[in-house]
Design a protein around this ligand. Sequence first.
Ligand SMILES: [Zn+2]
Length: 479
Amino acid sequence: MEYEAVMGLEVHAQLLTESKIFCGCSTKFGAPPNTHVCPVCLGMPGVLPVLNERVVEFTIRAGLATNCAVQPKSVWARKNYFYPDLPKDYQISQYELPICLDGWLYIQVEGQEKRRIGITRIHMEEDAGKLIHDPAQPVSYVDYNRTGVPLMELVSEPDLRTPAEAGAYLRALRDILVYLEVCDGNMEEGSFRCDANVSLRPVGQKELGTKAELKNMNSFRGVERALEYEIRRQRAILDEGGKVKQETRLWDPDQGKSFGMRGKEEAHDYRYMPDPDLLPLLVDEAWVERVRGELPELPEAKRARFMADYGLNDYDAGVLTSEPALAKYFEDVVNKGAKPKTSANWIQGELLGLMNEKGVPIPEFESTISAPTSAGLYKMIDDGSISGKMGKSVYVKMIETGKTAQEIVDEEGLQQVSDEGELEAMLQEIFAANPDEVEAFKGGKKKLMGFFVGQVMQKTKGQANPKLVNKLINKLLGG
Ligand SMILES: [Zn+2]
């Protein structure tokens, strides 16, 4: 039987606020265990949570950017469960009345039409602490620094049909949140995490099949691999006439397999109840409109503009707008007079590679080699002052020394010979010394082009403009 996969994603995005969601403790990562804690985030009796307004502001931003309706009234709920990393024994979240509803975003898988993927809801909640299991001893430790760090949970509609679509959705969502400066989008470090619901149904059937929930996928590629595996696993069960079990499964990226972890809990297992310590959250229209007015240009709009304004193709525009800092770097270079296409090629081809080798993140490109400095090099390549090949070694030296392209070219005498008169005189000498080759070339042996070019390169120590030399040989020998 032919099956269709139905997938929905739940994303937890850690918000980039300086303090926690209900207390003033720092959210900074990497502090010694249990140093960013207070009676509120440790769940001591008698304390009261105080809502961090920035958390609401950031979530409104995300809601508007994903076309959600921001709700005038939403309600905080307690999600009750026991776990050692949750000192209160309940997590403050939003349940029946979340802050954002009914959004969507567009995704595009290469070679396919754009598709609109629904976003069911976005709500705010607090993170739990972290358990550290010591493999050497029968002991576990707990670090409450992360307890109360603000999270936003974004739940998609079950609109995704292939692992590639799920990957495209995640990347689109990550790009939006990074552009909004509400989340750093770092999947490897866990500040952007994803769980997936997957079920199969016979093609043409409306009713959904039994779903499994997948957890522990910590890279975009990991999500796609885990979904591919899960679809294969469920199809094999159904093909044999079996039934898929409703359960939560853990993905193991090293083995490339998932393992059943526990039966899936239902919402009612958590005994949600409105939190009596927190008033319903009221968001008036003026607030929403102010946030709307402050939204930056979003990735999709920027991509379209880069294609229209700079004549870039889809791929180049996609790479260059993948991070706001990279998009800004590109535009700064172009504003300094470098050609867009050359700039796009060099930023993607050389700059990203060189910076990656040095371990320089994109936001620090500007302080490592400024956009005007890069523009200087790209312009010299475009006007033929140096060849592309030389440009590569010049770029390395520019980054090492902080000098401009012109300074390095002058110091090392790398200027490309692009003087037509000079090259023509040189060619005439070469022709005079090699009359047999000239005759053969004229007689149709075009392969000798390489021989003549080689002679010129020898005389100029490789600095002749090869395009121009080719052109001149054809002109002079009537090729
Ligand atoms: Zn605290």
